[in-house]
Write a protein that binds this ligand. Structure first.
Ligand code: ADP
Ligand code: MG
Length: 339
């Protein structure tokens, strides 16, 4: 018998008010996360990755309407009170943001900020919380953690601030950590150090990690399963090895072809996917990728393709799979990781 997953997202839909009227931002997401799992969520900027994270944290903007189910440890979180969210957030579900400066308070020393969730959720006194904050900062390998407890965020480098964010997120031993592009602002060496740290922490604690990235190499190396997102839909999902072996969805193929590679200059994308991610309100009917897809036919615009089984636990939403699959280059996962 399979255990109940830690997190089960069912038909999660989010509608946002935009300047041009209401628009569907998340169009019915289904996925699960088990304890100890690292799942990669990948897609170009504007695909809906951060909104997915914010929905799981109960932090959607006021103008958003969410529907469906987010079942966490047996309990549906959608529709719960703000008090209930506050009890959960930072305690059982925690998040690391892309830019730590937006999440850290510039006016408070970092030791106090790491101690805050311990005081709030665990009722620790000042002295114990400070000692625990130091232990956490040592765990995330912040150099000279004891002395840095009284430092302010602006006195730290970007990499050090990201370590502080991770220490804060870990403070209460969350069951689920959401890392939203945690290394995008860092150079390649620091990026690797932080990702290795997160992988160690998953091994040590058994928590689940939702690792959000726009970088296929990161997902190839660190996630056991992956979700490929475009236009608020999960267009392909499956074990990372399977997805890279088949590259079923034309969008995943496009991401693979457009990945930055060594020797081509940083940030220089020779084969960028033609066209760009449309505004939500301009998404085509049917398959969201149909207006950029080289395989699209009229039927692609008629209705949203259902998820089609490609292999074990591996699905792609594409009605052209019989034509597309022989073209999937059977990509080399290690190749994607060498960025
Ligand atoms: P990603 O994290 O994948 O880059 P986001 O989840 O941030 O993408 O955004 C998905 C889409 O939702 C984008 O088109 C973005 O412009 C839109 N969006 C995000 N937040 C808001 C908001 N508060 N109001 C209106 N549109 C938003
Ligand atoms: Mg984002």
């Amino acid at each position: 018998m399979r255990a109940v997953p830690l997190l089960q997202v069912e038909n999660l839909r989010v509608t946002l008010q935009t300047a041009r009227g209401p628009a569907v931002a998340l169009a019915g997401l289904d996925f699960t996360l088990e304890r100890g799992d690292t799942v990669g969520l990948i897609g170009e900027s504007g695909s809906g990755k951060s909104l997915t994270a914010l929905a799981l944290m109960g932090l959607l903007p006021d103008t958003a309407k969410a529907a469906g189910r987010i079942v966490f440890d047996g309990q549906d979180l959608l529709g719960q009170s703000e008090d209930d969210w506050c009890r959960l957030r930072g305690d059982r579900i925690a998040m690391v943001f892309q830019e730590p400066m937006t999440a850290l308070n510039p006016l408070h020393p970092i030791g106090r900020q790491v101690a805050e969730p311990l005081r709030l959720h665990r009722g620790l006194g000042e002295r114990d919380a400070r000692a625990e904050a130091q232990r956490l900062l040592e765990r995330v390998h912040l150099d000279d953690a004891g002395r840095r407890l009284d430092a302010y965020p602006h006195q730290l480098s970007g990499g050090q601030r990201q370590r502080v964010m991770i220490a804060m997120a870990l403070a209460c031993g969350p069951d689920l950590l959401i890392a939203d592009e945690p290394t995008t602002a860092l150079d390649v060496r620091l990026q690797r150090e932080i990702l290795e740290l997160l992988a160690d922490l998953v091994d040590d604690t058994g928590m689940a990690l939702l690792l959000i990235s726009h970088d296929l190499g990161v997902v190839a190396e660190y996630a056991e399963r992956m979700l490929v997102m475009y236009g608020g839909h999960i267009v392909e999902s499956g074990p990372t090895d399977e997805v890279f072996a088949r590259l079923a969805h034309p969008y995943t193929q496009g991401l693979f072809a457009a990945r930055p590679r060594l020797g081509r200059g940083r940030g220089h994308r020779l084969d960028a996917i033609p066209g760009r991610v449309p505004e939500l309100i301009d998404l085509p009917p049917g398959c969201p990728y149909s207006d950029r897809c080289p395989y699209a036919i009229d039927a692609c615009q008629a209705q949203l393709p259902p998820p089609i089984e490609v292999g074990p636990e591996h699905r792609a939403r594409c009605i052209r799979l019989p034509e597309v699959l022989p073209m999937g280059s059977g990509a080399d996962k290690e190749g994607a990781a060498r960025v």
